[in-house]
Design a protein around this ligand. Structure first.
Ligand SMILES: Nc1ncnc2c1ncn2[C@@H]1O[C@H](COP(=O)(O)OP(=O)(O)OP(=O)(O)O)[C@@H](O)[C@H]1O
Ligand SMILES: NC(=O)c1ccc[n+]([C@@H]2O[C@H](COP(=O)(O)O)[C@@H](O)[C@H]2O)c1
Length: 431
């Protein structure tokens, strides 16, 4: 847990500012904030009814603004949105009156806007637009409500545990490393959404059902509360030089992650890049690596029309990790601005941590609050890897805390049985 123990960790001295990663910020897409709310609006629904006429008006205004601003440089990450980029899909509404039309209305609204010199005949076709638009909206809303499929979705069924099938493996050394994309959706399914990749950094020693659940909770929150579409999810196990007590060798942690992802999920992957680095890599740099692989090397993600757009990358973390951002000398301010401003954070609430109060009290977090989505655990899960390691050491059952394939791997490789972590620390540390 304590990065100050990493061999290359240098606490920032009062006179020295730890610089953010050196990757050019220009490669990070100008993605909009994850949460278009201010805290005061917290319970307002992003999908509240909207006024199509005002959308058209706003869209016209903003499109003309876009034409002028097209070449303008990137805005301050904490600043407003909606004026950057000329493409509709890069616009995330900030106010209820600013919402995009439902999918059924997008094309007509857009056609109207794009053809700013629209002929009279087009206008004539739309002469009873007020009435027909509101009818269309109601119809579309009803259709959408009907279309919300209830029940367990096919992709959520975790029945792969006992099915014998191969595991996509990451290389054991950096020379053979390849960025895993076998479950990455290269294209968006919804024309109204923006692509998002979720990255969880941590020890994962071992990976547990809580770590896997975190992604599912994040997926639900993103689908329900934002205009983003998740196109991939990655675990990035920390490097061995992190030297946290109980850290199994990175090779094993990566393999356990792969087993867990491949056998219980249909969309999660493990990226070994961080674990294969010669030294500890700060989280800001890890996110830059994902940006490089997805947005620089692959050019982003295709929309339904085949055009490529930049993919937002967000850090998924538990409340404890976020609270560590307030501890002295653990995170450099420049890194926090980089992570929260250029990427963003999905924070899963953890028992015992008051994330919302922390968000209010932490200046940098508060500054970037629109890029932070706090995810409430509706069913509390507090499985701790530390306790799992203790149970294994004591010969106790860990069944139903982690996937069977991971339990078998631990048995086969005799992991965690000879650990020397002080029991007091294990039992006291997470409470
Ligand atoms: N109970 C929990 N609720 C929410 N997030 C959690 C919980 N446990 C771990 N996390 C998050 O999972 C990520 C990976 O954490 P980590 O590998 O340290 O798991 P852990 O179970 O806390 O491990 P350890 O017990 O070894 O510290 C971190 O972002 C951490 O905040
Ligand atoms: N300065 C930093 O970049 C910094 C500080 C603390 C933790 N972290 C990361 O957070 C994660 C913490 O994981 P644990 O909860 O397992 O300790 C690790 O991936 C670690 O690299 C990064």
């Amino acid at each position: 847990m304590d990065p100050t123990k990493a061999p290359d960790f240098k606490p920032p001295s009062p006179n020295e500012e730890l610089s953010p990663p050196t990757d050019p910020q220009s490669t990070i897409p100008n993605s909009d904030p994850i949460v278009p709310y201010v805290l005061a609006d917290y319970n307002a629904s992003i999908d509240a009814p909207f006024n199509l006429d005002s959308i058209k008006k706003n869209h016209k205004n903003s499109s003309s603004k876009h034409h002028h601003k097209h070449s303008s440089s990137r805005k301050n990450s904490s600043g407003g949105t909606g004026t950057r980029g000329s493409h509709r899909s890069q616009h995330i509404p900030l106010n209820a009156s600013d919402f995009q039309p439902l999918s059924a209305d997008v094309s007509s609204a857009e056609e109207d806007t794009d053809e700013s010199t629209a002929s009279n005949s087009t206008n004539n076709n739309n002469k009873d637009s007020g009435r027909s638009n509101s009818r269309t909206i109601d119809e579309a809303l009803n259709e959408q409500l009907k279309a919300i499929d209830t029940g367990v979705k096919k992709y959520q069924i975790a029945d792969l545990e006992e099915v014998p099938h191969g595991i996509v493996r990451q290389a054991r050394n950096f020379d053979d490393y390849e960025f895993p994309t076998h479950r990455f959706s290269s294209g968006l399914k919804d024309p109204n959404k923006l692509p998002l990749v979720i990255v969880a950094c941590g020890s994962f020693s071992p990976i547990t059902y809580l770590h896997l659940r975190m992604f599912e909770m994040a997926l639900d929150a993103i689908n329900e509360q934002t205009r983003f579409e998740v196109v991939g999810g990655y675990f990035s196990p920390v490097n061995d030089t992190y030297q946290k007590p109980g850290l199994a060798p990175a090779y094993h942690r990566v393999r356990m992650g792969e087993l867990a992802c491949e056998r219980t999920s249909s969309w999660l992957m493990v990226d070994a890049w961080e674990s294969l680095q010669p030294t500890y890599t700060r989280t800001a740099k890890v996110l830059d690596h994902f940006n490089h692989e997805i947005n620089v090397k692959r050019g982003g993600v295709s929309t339904t029309s085949g055009e490529k757009v930049g993919c937002k990358i967000m850090l998924l973390a538990g409340g404890d990790l976020i609270e560590s951002m307030g501890e002295p000398n653990v995170w450099a301010d420049a890194d926090l601005h980089h992570i929260l401003g250029n990427y963003g954070c999905l924070i899963v609430e953890r028992t015992g941590s008051d994330v919302r109060s922390f968000l209010l009290s932490h200046d940098i977090m508060y500054e970037h609050r629109r890029n932070v989505l706090v995810i409430k655990q509706l069913i509390y899960n507090d499985i701790s890897s530390t306790k799992v390691r203790l149970f294994i050491r004591r010969g106790m059952s860990v069944q139903y805390l982690l996937p069977n394939s991971v339990i078998r791997y631990i048995q086969e490789h005799k992991l965690y049985i000879n650990q020397t972590e002080p029991v007091k620390q294990v039992m006291g540390g997470k409470e």
